[in-house]
Design a protein around this ligand. Structure first.
Ligand code: FES
Ligand SMILES: [Fe+2]
Length: 341
């Protein structure tokens, strides 16, 4: 059973995808319900009635309350039972656990730990999404979220795994990885200077011209990543570049120990002159990353990552730094909980 960082913001979904219907998802192994009230506000609670544990998402909406479908107890958006069909008395403790919820940068973020510590200032900066035009998508991968972080913090796999989508055409092998920290972020920057353009960019560059290309991935705990993709003439300033630096969100929320919600954004078509997936009709994420990560998860079973004694390559510097940081944050949190208990 994986241990999760509790005092952290996890993305539940994109705000645009939550309408009047109750939305229930498994987050960190718990079934969580998000409801939108008539004033437009959102609230999150366990999707479990405190009486006989029926999922409240199977219940009936009655205005801004939910009536449990099993025996009719009614709960408001604060999780409080407000009606008992069998008595005027509300049983003591008849309350559903709720979670702090914030809407920021078009995402719905939940805090699964100590509610007193839930500071919206800790939500990572994805303010570029507040600009119009970014396409927001939701995806699912049957793998531990840390395997997906490994995948994103080490983009060398482009050269081998993404050959049928956008591919690297050898560009990645001319790159150099550097890892830097700017609290609370860890960055893995892959820089490819003075190279022949990768295949997806050849049409944008004069024949024979060289380019500088970079992929800068930013991680913040537990699983929020932001990529900047840039391409400019060799030795030329990074902006405006041949393409302006493109930003993309890759936000991971553990569903269970072996599955993850994956929320991502795609740059507006006006900014991105190429659709990397288009040339061969193969989706890098769906057809290449997902099957590989799910196969890795099956190969690992429920073994703990380090217990398998993985070989470490130089390209792993960013992903290993993140794994260690995350593990330390989780163990520090558990120690603090233990000491205050
Ligand atoms: S299980 Fe919900 S009222 Fe009984
Ligand atoms: Fe990938």
């Amino acid at each position: 059973m994986a241990e999760y960082l509790r005092n952290a913001w996890y993305m539940f979904g994109w705000e645009q995808d939550i309408g009047q219907e109750l939305v229930s998802k498994t987050i960190l192994g718990r079934q969580v319900l998000v409801m939108r009230s008539s004033d437009g506000s959102l609230s999150a609670m366990d999707d479990r009635c405190p009486h006989r544990f029926a999922p409240l998402s199977m219940g009936r909406r009655q205005g801004d309350t939910i009536a449990c479908r099993y025996h009719g107890l009614v709960f408001d958006s604060s999780g409080q039972c407000v009606h008992n069909p069998f008595s005027d008395l509300i049983p003591p403790g008849c309350k559903v656990t709720t979670y702090p919820l914030e809407v920021k940068h078009r995402g719905v973020w939940l805090w699964m730990g100590d509610a007193e510590a839930a500071d919206p200032g800790f939500i990572p900066d994805f303010s570029f999404l507040d600009e119009p035009g970014h396409l927001l998508s939701t995806f699912h991968i049957g793998a531990d979220y840390r395997l997906i972080i490994d995948n994103l913090m080490d983009l060398s796999h482009i050269e081998f795994l993404h050959t049928d989508s956008f591919g690297g055409g050898g560009s990645i092998l001319h790159g150099e990885l550097s890892v830097r920290e700017e609290h609370p972020y860890i960055y893995a920057l892959w820089e490819m200077d003075n190279i022949a353009p990768p295949p997806w960019a050849t049409a944008m560059v004069e024949p024979g011209a060289k380019v500088d290309h970079w992929l800068d991935m930013r991680w913040s705990a537990p699983g929020s990543l932001l990529i900047e993709i840039g391409l400019t003439g060799a030795g030329a300033p990074r902006e405006p570049g041949i393409i302006p630096p493109l930003l993309g969100a890759h936000i991971l929320t553990p569903e269970t120990d072996t599955s993850s919600h994956y929320f991502y954004s795609t740059a507006p078509a006006a900014q991105s002159p190429v659709d990397p997936d288009a040339p061969k009709g193969v989706s890098a994420l769906e057809d290449e990353d997902k099957p590989m990560l799910e196969a890795i998860q099956r190969a690992m079973g429920d073994a703990e990552f380090w217990s398998l004694r993985p070989a470490i390559l130089s390209v792993d510097t960013g992903s290993v730094r993140v794994r260690r940081r995350l593990a330390k944050m989780i163990s520090d949190e558990q120690k603090a909980t233990f000491e205050t208990a």
